[in-house]
Design a protein around this ligand. Structure first.
Ligand code: OGA
Ligand code: NI
Length: 302
């Protein structure tokens, strides 16, 4: 568990450096943590979840406007992961919107777009604070990641997942084992659990504290840190009880940025473990292969 407040507001140097160290430890040992005291109101979070549910409640006709798009379409509605490459289908509908550097969202239902815009901005603020702390935890200058990843034009992809109740949850996955592209993912959900993360070879079910965010490291954090902060493997399972909604935002570099290990993280003893690749091309690489439990990172290891 990690509190943003200690990171941002602490006047005491030793408290702040303790927070930075805890953040670094969480990234190194888990690639995952719960975030509290993050400053995003419960009202806004509830509104996002409510409006998301309303989007999936629209008629198929209304949602079809956004269906079947390509990877970089600003708004995309679909089922499973990528039905062009999935061998089995997953129990999941999704809505994906690129919300930064340009904001996009469906015009229906009323209010969705405004709510998502406010939420996306707040999410970026939280992530930027975390990335400052993470830079410092790596003995890099506070704005290192921001500058190097060109976050003023950083890509933020908002993904709303809808997992309807499933009669046979032991047989059907919501989302199979995968890692996320990008630096960090910020996730919240309605009151149904379903996220599992892999830790020391075991699946750990996550039960978030009320009002917390779930944060996980992504592939570009692993690339940038040359493997020091690995991206965490996770999955979503289905349940019989009700519709689970989760809202994730993947915060990544600017799409045109070449990302390779930071020179500061590379040495003769620790050579670059990944080849540099444009964020945009990496996303394409991930999209073109089925999610098979292996990270797309395997495709760029040196
Ligand atoms: C994702 C994801 C997990 C969840 O959208 O990439 O991992 O709990 N979602 O829905
Ligand atoms: Ni994910």
């Amino acid at each position: 568990m990690f509190s943003v407040k200690e990171l941002v507001e602490s006047n005491c140097l030793s408290e702040r450096s303790k927070a930075i160290q805890q953040l670094g430890d969480a990234c190194r040992d888990w690639g995952f943590f719960m975030l509290i005291n993050h400053g995003v109101s419960e009202t806004l979070r509830d509104e996002v979840l409510r409006a998301s549910q309303k989007f999936f409640d629209l008629t198929e006709e209304e949602k079809k406007e956004y269906a079947g798009g390509k990877l970089f379409d600003p708004i995309k509605y679909g089922t499973s992961f990528n039905v062009m490459v999935d061998k089995t289908h997953f129990w999941r509908d999704y809505l994906k919107c690129y919300v930064h550097p340009h904001f996009n969202a469906p015009s229906k239902p009323p209010g969705l777009s405004e709510t998502l815009e406010e939420y996306s901005t707040k999410g970026r603020e939280v992530i930027e604070e975390l990335l400052k702390g993470i830079s410092l935890s790596l003995c890099l200058e506070e704005n290192y990641i921001h500058r190097r990843m060109k976050l003023d034009l950083g890509s933020q992809l908002l993904v709303i997942n809808c997992y309807p109740p499933c009669p046979k949850p032991e047989l059907v996955m919501g989302l199979p084992a995968h890692t996320d592209h990008g630096l960090l993912t910020l996730l919240m959900q309605n009151d149904l659990a379903g996220l599992h993360i892999q830790h020391n070879g075991k699946w750990i079910p996550i039960h978030p504290l009320p009002n917390s965010f779930l944060i996980n490291t992504g592939d570009h954090m692993e690339i940038l840190t040359n493997g020091k902060y690995k991206s965490v493997v996770h999955r979503a399972v289905t349940n019989t009880k009700g519709t689970r909604i989760s809202v994730g935002t993947a915060h990544g570099p600017c799409l045109d940025t070449d990302v390779g290990p930071a020179p500061e993280m590379v040495s003769d003893d620790n050579p670059a473990a990944y080849r540099a690749i444009k964020y945009r091309d990496y996303m394409q690489l991930q999209q073109n292969h089925q999610l098979d439990g292996k990270s797309c990172l395997d495709r760029i290891r040196t």
